[in-house]
Design a protein around this ligand. Structure first.
Ligand code: DGJ
Length: 717
């Protein structure tokens, strides 16, 4: 069994295939953390030391809260490090003391209300630890769910007010883990629009470092995924802890090194744009956070998360294989009309693509980004015979059809806003700040959700849709809600995200055969919350391959290739040049390939090359989308990158070398160190390679261009 309570020493163990997590119960009252890491190197010693000037637990003078490693800590309870929970009581005081009450272990897991969470399988077990704050009678239940095969443990908490007076949650964290070491580098991913998930690595220092979002969305700026690794850690060796949050809104992740060189790691909703009124009898469920550990480098950390996400997070695939799409957005922007769309459809079919995705501009008076959001009715001038007839005409070409929506948003210049100006997120008597000329609808307002459901049902009635691209093009500011009383305004951002999840769930249930691709101005919500509803996310608006290679490297560190939508476009180079087109395609072959260009205007030569590219992708698709990812060369440290995908039995390998800046004459060795050393592999030209040769490395030679690439496929003989 993965979870065990040892009553002899009061230690609770959580085991995954390769890791162990342990906590201990002291005096039937205090729950302390013992260890998280490699199996077999388990350290059962309690890390504690008495110290003057620190509060102790009176009767147990040797127990000093701020020196102990812990599982979950109340605010201002003698532990001055970052707290897991801060709750204001009827005296206006916010301290919380958490005493142990009991535990239970059960198979599977409990649902998390409207929140997305990882699916259980036959090996999943859950530990529930009950704690109490005796003064207020606040019950805090900690949940540890174990996914043994992927070496992942998840955490969340449920608070229940069993007292007589209302409480206000002022800070909430889902995961707290204290590590008995502080010699770590932190790896996190920063960016902005068009430049997401840049890899950044730095040694942690005493005090607090954090990644977070206050934008109401997980955002382009700091992704919720981060890692703590030993200084010697690389792709293949060294200690690596990975952390992530199954949530798409504001978050706070704290990494704090204390006076005894422990490192406290926390992930949760935080305290900056969050508070929650908990009336007597009410309960609150925190979102889920996940963690993994390996001693085999950050490549293995990524593979643990990839396996976990593919198996426990991503929804079932509606099609046998991912459709290769043509999306005309970068070619025509808002300039949509039926005739032109049908030309795209015809050309897509001829070229071997599977689907036309009609992007922004098909509805309301949406001719640019200044108007129309909220008015989800097909524009009659653009589609004179209606949406249904248009889609039937697309389908007559023998391809699938997808459509763009941005349900959470409204333009002030729209019928919806003119009718319901208070349906948007805003603060009383404050200016409403526009971003891309739009405001955010308050998805915590049931009327908004109902309007959207009714409108989409009407507009899409009888329309043969296969795909939604769900966009979200601005973050939240002035985060107030017209439907919440003053004492609940701190709930607006979280309630908004819960509403977004409700509507995405409704879309999935109402259009069960449709594929849902999430997008947020490119990759602004590349997170596990969104991935629960959509197995693929638009990675970035930046389709310039020289930039994309870095964005994709950063994305792949936390998320599997199957989630990464990679389009070949005309941006950053003329694809009419065969070498450029090959380079774009080779870079896109890291994930699910698609196209974003003016296909009807492309030359026959180019269309032929695209067809060849799609045929090659089809051959490798399974390996890319379901195989294991092995990073070899980091593009943030070099002018080139290298990685490979390999299936579980090591019988197929797809190796990519991408040089994106001039490095003339440089020879680069790319070792395929996980290849089968006893096997003989054969490439697509029939050339044979001993497994050992691949392990020693394939040599690539850089040139003086910024678009030199090679993708090599090897199969076991
Ligand atoms: C931002 C997306 O990332 C683009 O792909 C496109 O859909 C535009 N929005 C449309 O407004």
């Amino acid at each position: 069994m993965p979870i065990n309570f040892n009553s002899q020493n009061n230690v609770i163990f959580i085991e995954t295939k390769n890791t162990v997590y342990a906590m201990k119960l002291l005096h039937d009252k205090f729950l302390v953390h013992l260890y998280y890491g490699e199996k077999g190197k388990f350290d059962i010693n309690l890390h504690n030391s008495w110290m003057d000037f620190s509060p102790d637990y009176n009767t147990w003078r040797n127990l000093v809260p701020e020196n102990l490693m812990t599982e979950y800590v109340g605010f201002d309870s003698g532990d001055w490090r970052a707290s897991s929970l801060r709750v204001k009581n009827k005296y206006g005081q916010s301290n919380v003391f958490l005493d142990y009450v009991g535990y239970r272990i059960f198979d599977g897991r409990l649902p998390l209300g409207d929140l997305p969470s990882a699916d259980a399988d036959e090996n999943t077990q859950t530990l529930e630890i009950s704690l109490i704050d005796n003064l207020t009678n606040l019950s805090v239940k900690l949940y540890y769910t174990v996914f043994p095969d992927s070496d992942v443990i998840s955490r969340y908490a449920v608070y229940e007010n069993n007292g007589e007076s209302a409480l206000t949650i002022e800070k909430s964290m889902s995961l707290t883990v204290d590590l008995d070491n502080c010699d770590f580098d932190m790896i996190s991913f920063y960016g902005n629009w068009d430049n997401e998930r840049n890899f950044e690595r730095y040694h942690i220092r005493h005090g607090l470092q954090s990644v977070y979002s206050r934008r109401g969305m997980s955002s382009h700026t700091l992704n919720p995924f981060f890692a703590l690794v030993s200084p010697d850690c690389d792709e293949n060796k060294g200690h690596a802890y990975g952390f992530n949050f199954v949530y798409s809104g504001n978050f706070l992740s704290e990494v704090e090194v204390d006076h005894l060189n422990h490192t406290r790691v926390q992930i949760g909703l935080g305290d900056e744009k969050f508070s929650w009124l908990l009336e007597k009898g009410e309960s609150f469920i925190t979102p889920e956070a996940v963690m993994t550990y390996t001693e085999n480098g950050y490549g293995q950390m990524s593979r643990n998360f990839h396996k976990f996400i593919r198996k426990h997070i991503l929804p079932p695939e509606p099609f046998n294989c991912r459709p290769v799409v043509i999306n005309p957005w970068e070619a025509v922007w808002f300039d949509i009309n039926e005739k032109m769309m049908l030309e795209f459809a015809e050309n897509a079919k001829k070229t071997g693509m599977d689907m036309l995705v009609m992007d922004d501009g098909w509805f309301g008076e949406r001719h640019n980004d200044r108007a129309g959001l909220g008015d989800w009715f097909a524009n009659k001038r653009k589609f004179p015979d209606g949406l249904k007839t248009f889609v039937d005409r697309v389908k007559a070409h023998g391809i699938k059809f997808g459509i763009w929506v941005e349900p959470e948003m409204v333009n002030p210049d729209s019928d919806l806003y003119r009718k319901h100006p208070d349906w948007c997120i805003h603060c009383v008597d404050r200016p409403r700040l526009f971003s891309r000329h739009q405001l955010v609808l308050d998805m915590g307002n049931e009327d908004v959700i109902n309007y959207l459901k009714e409108t989409f049902l009407k507009t899409f009635d009888g329309v043969a849709l296969d795909y939604f691209k769900w966009d979200c093009n601005r973050p939240l500011s002035q985060t107030g809600s017209a439907v919440l009383p003053a004492e609940r305004q701190g709930e607006a951002a979280h309630r908004h995200i819960l509403g977004v999840y409700k509507l995405q769930k409704w879309f999935k249930e109402t259009y069960p055969n449709c594929f849902l691709e999430n997008c947020a101005g490119g990759g602004g919500r590349y997170d596990l919350g969104m991935m629960k509803f959509s197995s693929m996310i638009w990675t970035s608006d930046n389709t310039i391959p020289q930039k994309r290679v870095k964005i994709q490297y950063g994305s792949l560190m936390g998320y599997p290739a199957a989630t990464m939508s990679c389009h070949v476009s005309n941006r950053g180079g003329i694809c009419e040049d065969a070498k450029q087109l090959k380079f774009h395609g080779d870079v896109a072959l890291a994930g699910a390939i698609g196209y974003e260009m003016h296909l009807p205007k492309a030359s026959d030569e180019m269309k032929k090359s695209i067809t060849n590219q799609i045929n090659a992708y089809r051959k490798y698709e399974k390996l890319i989308l379901t195989g294991e990812y092995y990073p070899v060369i980091n593009p943030f440290l070099n002018n080139y990158s290298a990685y490979y995908y390999m299936n579980e039995d090591k019988s197929e390998i797809l190796l990519s070398f991408i040089q994106f800046a001039p490095d003339s004459g440089k020879k680069v060795l790319v070792p395929v160190i996980y290849a089968d050393e006893n096997a003989v592999y054969i490439d697509e030209n029939g050339k044979e390679y001993a497994g050992k040769e691949l392990i020693n490395g394939m040599e690539f030679i850089c040139d003086d261009t910024d678009n030199n690439s090679d993708v090599l496929y090897f199969k076991k003989k």
